[in-house]
Design a protein around this ligand. Structure first.
Ligand code: SAM
Length: 285
């Protein structure tokens, strides 16, 4: 079978499985299975696949047709212009989370520090937020915290791949518990924020494959992760420290009001690329 035929067969199988961008995904899948860039597929459309390549393409196509997310199959995901590794133990970084990175970078550009400033990425997952921030803010150091060992293993791999071992500390922990007072200058977090009544409407890729504990919050107290992080951050941050969190459009306004009650005088809300309220941020007085 040639590359062009393989792309066509995979695209048909994915379309049959109800995958919206079947052709694009087929190209990404075949390119990753052949360990080449997508452009290679066009330039070498008539190349015949080796038996081993064909087996990999078939196996991966079956997994994708069963709605396993493509990044879990290829172990590759792009975030803020960086190629990261991802696997079943960690949430797949989303484009809207890049807003947190943008918020951090535009705030950080306006600050001056006598010593290397420190950011904390609470609930770091693949390390995406911390890694993107540190890559663009070379004077900063970072700490990525997660309670999941599996996620931390993936974050450590990404840290090594991007040469950030000297600048990014990864640790297992429960949000900011045990972090020294006045030890950080920015705290960023994308905690779980999916409500149980939203679960059934999520795509099968998310429901069946992504870690539940990275996504779901209890219906009776959906702000619980934010409250824990925000109250601890009041102690951990050095003024005028930044707290920036991602949230859902459903929780954003309630969260901004709550932040005021918890001691943040002037919370700001930001929309994502689809116009949904997505980021809430504030600096401590
Ligand atoms: C929505 S995911 C975000 C992952 C990553 N920051 C990103 O944006 O792609 C939430 C992360 O918080 C972690 N987490 C959940 N509860 C936690 C807790 N109590 N302490 C530390 N991390 C926690 C999960 O393991 C998961 O990696």
């Amino acid at each position: 079978m040639t590359i062009a035929q393989a792309v066509q067969v995979v695209a048909e199988a994915l379309a049959e499985a109800g995958i919206a961008e079947a052709r694009r995904e087929a190209e990404v899948l075949v390119a990753a299975a052949l360990r080449v860039e997508r452009a290679y597929l066009i330039a070498h459309a008539e190349q015949t696949l080796a038996t081993e390549q064909l087996q990999r393409v078939r196996g991966w196509a079956r997994r994708r047709a069963a709605r396993e997310p493509l990044p879990y199959i290829t172990h590759r995901v792009w975030f803020y212009g960086l190629e990261l590794c991802v696997g079943r133990g960690a949430l797949i970084p989303r484009p809207e989370t890049e807003l947190l990175v943008e918020r951090f970078l535009s705030w950080a550009r306006q600050q001056t520090f006598k010593e290397a400033p420190i950011l904390i990425d609470a609930g770091t997952g693949t390390g995406a937020i911390a890694i993107a921030c540190l890559t663009r803010a070379p004077q900063w150091l970072g700490v990525g915290i997660d309670r999941s060992h599996a996620a931390l293993r993936i974050a450590a791999h990404n840290r090594r791949q991007l040469g950030l071992e000297p600048r990014l500390l990864l640790m297992q922990g429960d949000w900011l518990r045990g972090i020294r007072p006045h030890s950080a200058h920015a705290i960023l977090a994308n905690p779980p924020y999916v409500l149980p009544d939203e679960w059934d409407s999520l795509a099968p890729e998310i429901r069946r494959y992504e870690p539940r504990e990275a996504l779901l919050v209890p219906a009776e107290d959906p702000l619980q992760p934010y409250r824990t992080i925000a109250l601890a951050a009041l102690q951990v941050l050095c003024p005028p420290g930044l707290l920036a969190v991602e949230t859902s459009p459903r929780l954003a306004l309630t969260l901004a009001e709550a932040l005021q009650r918890w001691g943040y005088p002037n919370p700001h809300l930001e929309q994502d690329y689809s116009g949904h309220l997505r980021v809430v941020w504030a600096t401590i007085p």
